[in-house]
Design a protein. Structure first.
Length: 229
């Protein structure tokens, strides 16, 4: 089964994804950091791109709190249907779109890009398209937030790489979700992302991944990046 149909199944019968309408907590810390350091003036007039937006909780937050124009993209039609149902907002456009395909956007047209635990499901080739497209559309003074799966200190992830190898380096085929995911060591993440963007800050945090009524400890990178232009 493809990653796309596995995600659609997940949205039809959610076992892993949050049912919460609240924005992701680590993403809120990034927003706080942007405000504190005055990196961007978060207000109407800015444009944001939420890659793998899911049910749109983070897109909605940016639009509702700051009046930002947001494009929320996800390749799951079920996710987009839920996003439109639960997080409709006049400043947000939700679209069914694959983030591993060229973005239909002008160069230097986006102020803020979010990738909240989405691109870890891309394969190597897809990740190159996604990264070069993010770098291309991000404005010279633009910022990007990436929350992704960490390798260090995550026994569950390391076991899955051994037991259910996904075919490429540091990947596993998630036994329940059915999605192939990449985990990143800090140095690997930096080397890869710095080909396209500047990594300004990176911190590892422990979180919990749910499966039905159980939850598993997982480690995540929170990376704050900016354009190199
Ligand atoms: C863990 S969920 C996170 C959803 C959302 N970012 C949030 O924080 O609520 C990952 C999302 O990435 C989407 N996704 C994975 N690969 C994708 C791709 N190639 N193109 C578009 N969306 C993708 C999935 O459909 C899923 O909705």
């Amino acid at each position: 089964m493809s990653n796309q149909s596995s995600w659609n199944d997940e949205y039809q019968k959610p076992q892993l994804i949050t049912q919460s309408h609240k924005p992701q907590k680590d993403f809120l810390r990034f927003i706080k950091w942007i405000k504190k350091n005055k990196h961007l003036d978060l207000s109407a007039g800015l444009t944001a791109l939420d890659l793998g937006c899911g049910v749109g909780r983070n897109s909605y937050y940016l639009a509702d709190h700051y009046g930002i124009e947001v494009m929320g993209w996800d390749f799951s039609s079920d996710a987009i249907a839920k996003a439109i149902k639960f997080h409709r907002h006049e400043n947000v456009t939700f679209q069914e779109r694959n983030i591993a395909k060229p973005f239909p956007l002008e160069d230097d047209s986006v102020d803020l890009i979010l990738d909240v635990t989405s691109s870890n499901a891309l394969n190597e080739k897809e990740r190159q398209v996604y990264l070069s497209e993010c770098a291309r559309v991000l404005k010279p003074d633009g910022y990007m937030y990436v929350r992704t799966l960490a390798k260090e200190g995550d026994k569950n992830a390391q076991n899955m790489v051994k037991e259910f190898p996904g075919g490429e380096y540091d990947t596993y085929h998630h036994p329940q979700l059915g999605v192939t995911e990449r985990i990143f060591s800090g140095p690997d993440f930096k080397v890869l992302y710095e080909q396209y963007l500047e990594v300004v800050r990176m911190e590892r945090k422990t979180g919990y991944q749910r499966w039905g009524s159980q939850s598993y400890k997982r480690n995540y990178w929170n990376a704050y990046l900016k354009s190199k232009k």
